[in-house]
Ligand binder design. Structure first.
Ligand code: NAI
Ligand code: MG
Length: 492
């Protein structure tokens, strides 16, 4: 495939034209115009990709020792590191993320692949004492063909978090990126090809959720679905996949509390809280979209949100000076604006922002002002529902108990942050927060080695860390007789 073109699917090691999908323009959200042609697969293309992944699993991949899989993954990781700038540019074109953020994010991904490569030859089991007449042991075997369905906010990161452990575990993969941002996943496919992965181990088929995505989920030859996206989609996926009883792992977003106690270093907390509210234009599941502030410092925090919002440079994604690009697509823009209206109607006080950006040159893109609401009550919809836009809800509280009650008072439980100068309080509060990841006096500190995932409605299973491998492996127990004898049960 020619460098920089995305008009083919990557199936079975070949660049192929869609059978029943088509080629359409992918929209640049900073202009609202298509910027490149992309191949979208349909049901027949998913069938081809699943067949290729199945053949690769039963063929070379299953027989390859872990250290060889590791070597391939390392080669791929090195190629990835050498292509960070290109990958970051493609990602920013497709989803509008400010290039300074994309470079930082994409710049880390090679380490995810390296780290999982280092586990690929360490999938050992246990020897289990039973009694002298048998020898029992466990081995860990790959789940099989994995369908990975990724979102538009962080396509390359979501791919790294799934493909790293899946390939290390010995699974083969069909990657279906989100229809709004497919290009970077096809760029990724080029690197898997160049690294020399056997054909069919990684297949990349952009496609629409309800057709290509649903077919991947329903496919009887797909053993597991690894999904990141909306909770409502996960429920549909569960129903669609129910007949095949495949495995599922879900990362489903959040409404993270970012708790600032009055005894905290409030300046540091503000750096994290404002950054976290507006990073990625608010389109990340980990962001602290609810800022819980202890009453004595509440007015100061509100004022600082107003002051710092004025410093946020909203602009074209590829401009290195830009802090915040547009929303990734028109539907998300509409959703964010709808929630800003809901906040106003609910009686929250608009501190800053509150609308589209109307500057010359940005008018046609999906740009939204960095926004914050004060006087937010914990039961308001803007404090309960995932907006996925640059909209912070600043909620006052009195004391630890109320902070914990508000923090835990949503259906979500993905991440949480808390700021305090009291180490005892840090432990007390962190222990009681219902979230898969809690940060104390820091925020959004995420690495390949630390398990990440949701409690409650935020998901099933963990990505990253050694735990991530579990969801791509089956534990198999083998019991072998040391005598070879078995009594006849009907003799007496
Ligand atoms: P979505 O959950 O519909 O899309 C995510 C992925 O699922 C895409 O690849 C899509 O093609 C696929 N998909 C959609 N319907 C499917 C189906 N029936 N079967 C199989 N795959 C399917 O999310 P959407 O609609 O793009 O965004 C809506 C909201 O979801 C956002 O506003 C945000 O609140 C949340 N979201 C959360 C994310 C997270 O990081 N946890 C990522 C993306 C969205
Ligand atoms: Mg959807």
């Amino acid at each position: 495939m020619t460098q920089g073109r995305f008009d083919r699917l990557f199936i079975g090691g070949e660049w192929v034209t869609p059978l029943d999908g088509g080629v359409r323009g992918s929209i640049d959200p900073s202009t609202g115009q298509p910027w490149t042609d992309v191949a979208y697969g349909g049901v027949a293309d998913i069938d081809r990709a699943v067949a290729a992944a199945g053949a690769a699993f039963e063929g070379p991949w299953r027989r390859m020792p872990g250290w060889e899989r590791a070597a391939l993954l390392r080669r791929f990781a090195d190629l990835y590191a050498a292509h960070v700038e290109e990958l970051a540019q493609v990602e920013s074109r497709d989803n509008g993320r400010a290039i300074r953020e994309s470079r930082l994010d994409v710049g880390m991904h090679a380490q995810y692949y390296h780290w999982f490569a280092s586990l690929a030859d360490k999938l050992d089991g246990r020897t289990i004492p039973m009694d002298a007449s048998v020898h029992a042991f466990t081995s860990r075997v790959p789940a099989g063909v994995v369908g990975t369905i990724t979102p538009w906010n962080v396509p390359l990161m979501a791919a790294a978090w799934k493909l790293g452990p899946a390939l290390a575990a010995g699974c083969t993969v069909v990657l279906k990126p989100a229809e709004q941002t497919p290009a970077s996943s096809l760029a990724l496919a080029r690197l898997f090809e160049e690294a020399g992965f056997p054909p069919g181990v990684v297949n990349v088929v952009p496609g629409d959720g309800p057709t290509a995505g649903a077919h991947l989920v329903a496919h009887p030859d797909v053993d597991k679905i690894a999904f990141t996206g909306e909770g409502a989609t996960a429920k549909t996926i569960l129903k669609t996949g129910a007949d095949t009883l495949k495995r599922f792992s879900f990362e489903l977003g959040g409404k993270a509390p970012h708790i600032i106690f009055a005894d905290a270093d409030v300046d540091q907390a503000l750096n994290a809280a404002t950054g976290s509210a507006w990073t990625l234009c608010g389109q990340s599941c980990a962001l602290g979209s609810r800022v819980l502030v202890e009453r004595p410092v509440y007015d100061r925090v509100v004022e600082e949100f107003r002051r710092r919002a004025a410093r946020v440079r909203v602009g074209m994604p590829l401009d290195p000076a830009t802090h915040m690009g547009p929303q990734a697509h028109a539907e998300q823009l509409a959703k964010t604006l709808r929630y800003i209206d809901i906040g106003r109607d609910e009686g929250a006080e608009l501190v800053t922002g509150g609308g589209r950006v109307d500057n010359d040159g940005l008018r046609d893109g999906y740009f939204v002002q960095p926004t914050a609401f004060a006087g937010v009550r914990a039961d308001m919809r803007i404090a309960q529902e995932e907006i996925f836009g640059p909209v912070a809800a600043l909620i006052p509280f009195d004391g630890e108990e109320e902070a914990i009650a508000i923090a835990n008072g949503t259906p979500y439980g993905l991440t949480a942050g808390l700021w305090t100068g009291d180490v005892g309080r840090a432990h007390r509060v962190a222990a009681r927060i219902e979230a898969g990841m809690v940060w104390v006096n820091t925020y959004r500190y995420i690495r390949w080695s630390t398990p990440y995932g949701g409690m409650k409605a935020s998901g099933w299973g963990r990505e990253n860390g050694i735990e991530a491998l579990d969801s791509y492996l089956e534990t198999k127990t083998t019991v072998i007789s040391t005598t070879g004898t078995f009594p006849d049960p009907y003799l007496q």
